[in-house]
Write a protein that binds this ligand. Structure first.
Ligand SMILES: [Zn+2]
Length: 103
């Protein structure tokens, strides 16, 4: 498949969009503003909706499919550099509330 129009320049696309982060679920790079920042408090992963909580953060698309991918890949302990399992109940509750009737 060939797109008509201009060539795409891989690697340059997106630089104008500001800072980017990688979703810990699907591993897609995305503008920071499109992702939900998560922080670890104790062994609970908390959605940092205002982007103000201190500590090491992880980024996730605000959708349940990415949360589930991240859980399946054990991406959270890796992202937060902890050994044990982490609790994502609050993230799930947040996403369920946000997504309304999806899933
Ligand atoms: Zn994602």
């Amino acid at each position: 498949m060939r797109r008509h129009g201009k060539l795409e320049y891989g690697g340059h696309v997106g630089q104008l969009a500001g800072p980017q982060r990688t979703c810990v679920g699907c591993r897609v790079r995305e503008a920071k503003s499109e992702l939900l920042r998560l922080v670890l408090v104790g062994d609970h992963v908390i959605p940092d909706q205002r982007g103000r909580l201190p500590g090491r953060g992880a980024s996730l698309h605000p959708r349940l499919s990415c949360l589930e991918l991240a859980e399946r890949r054990r991406a959270f302990p890796r992202a937060f550099r902890v050994q044990g399992p982490v609790d994502v109940t609050q993230v799930r509750a947040h996403l369920e509330k946000e997504s309304g009737n999806v899933m």
